[in-house]
Write a protein that binds this ligand. Structure first.
Ligand code: FAD
Length: 213
């Protein structure tokens, strides 16, 4: 079931699985599902193959007026888009870690500012936010794992407290923060990272008030 989940996402991975590159739904290596290193290694392999097939034909550059022009970073027709050139785009698309970090920052910040007692509409929105994430998160295997967790939770209850399930947690800020911390810890555990202390005090310091210096 978890064949496509990034190397660190499963418990007990072997060194061989470590080298696995996750493919997106289009069958190509997916930046949002791999670390920069794994993605770069996969692309080096496929670039080499392309070069062999197409000789020295230039590829991948955004050409002014051409398809894929963003109006931002681009190279002019006839110029090379090699790394180091002044027109080379400096902001790279996120890999699985950068995307994850930014998404957690957003989610924990939402939870940090979530009302103590949420209105019906706020509860529905919070539910939709998490459910949408489980559907649309660009790392498909991460999204699938989240869907599995939500399904499991509905059947078996929350992690540390059986009653702390998403549908109930969205009623109060303190519970929503704890629930989110729990689901983040589930991912941490799968990746072999330490668990975060989900006490309200620490969550507030980390995501809203700042640490006492
Ligand atoms: P992150 O885990 O990104 O955490 C950012 C910061 O949040 C930490 O520095 C810490 O201060 C704080 N923090 C840590 N844990 C908690 C917590 N429990 N509660 C509150 N704050 C906390 N990556 C994979 O390789 N495979 C996956 O299957 C996968 N699934 C993901 C699913 C989702 C929904 C998301 C959003 C991300 C997923 N990721 C996955 C990415 C992964 O969780 C990390 O974001 C990424 O590995 C970068 O980790 P990091 O060590 O920088 O810290």
């Amino acid at each position: 079931k978890y064949e496509d989940i990034p190397r660190k996402a499963r418990r007990g991975d072997s060194a061989e699985e470590d080298r696995k590159v996750v493919l997106g739904p289009d069958g190509k290596p997916c930046r949002a599902c791999n670390s920069k290193l794994a993605f770069a290694a996969a692309m080096r392999g496929s670039k080499l193959k392309e070069k062999e097939e197409k000789g020295t034909k230039r590829e991948g550059a955004l050409v002014e007026g051409g398809e894929g022009e963003t109006g931002g970073n681009k190279v002019k027709a006839g110029e090379e888009s090699e790394k180091g050139s002044p027109d080379y785009p400096k902001d790279c698309p996120p890999d699985v870690e950068e995307l994850g970090r930014s998404t957690w920052t957003f989610l924990h910040s939402v939870a940090a500012y979530y009302p103590s007692v949420a209105s019906e509409e706020e509860r529905r929105s919070a539910l939709k936010l998490v459910e949408s994430l489980a559907r649309l998160y660009p790392c498909q295997s991460c999204a699938e794992a989240l869907r599995e967790e939500l399904k499991r939770e509905k059947a078996e209850g929350g992690w540390e407290e059986k009653s702390l399930v998403l549908g109930k947690a969205v009623e109060r800020g303190v519970d929503f923060r704890r629930w989110l911390c729990g689901i983040h810890n589930e991912v941490n555990e799968r990746l072999g990272k330490p668990k975060f202390d989900c006490s309200e005090e620490l969550l507030r310091k980390r995501w809203k008030d700042g640490w006492d210096d």
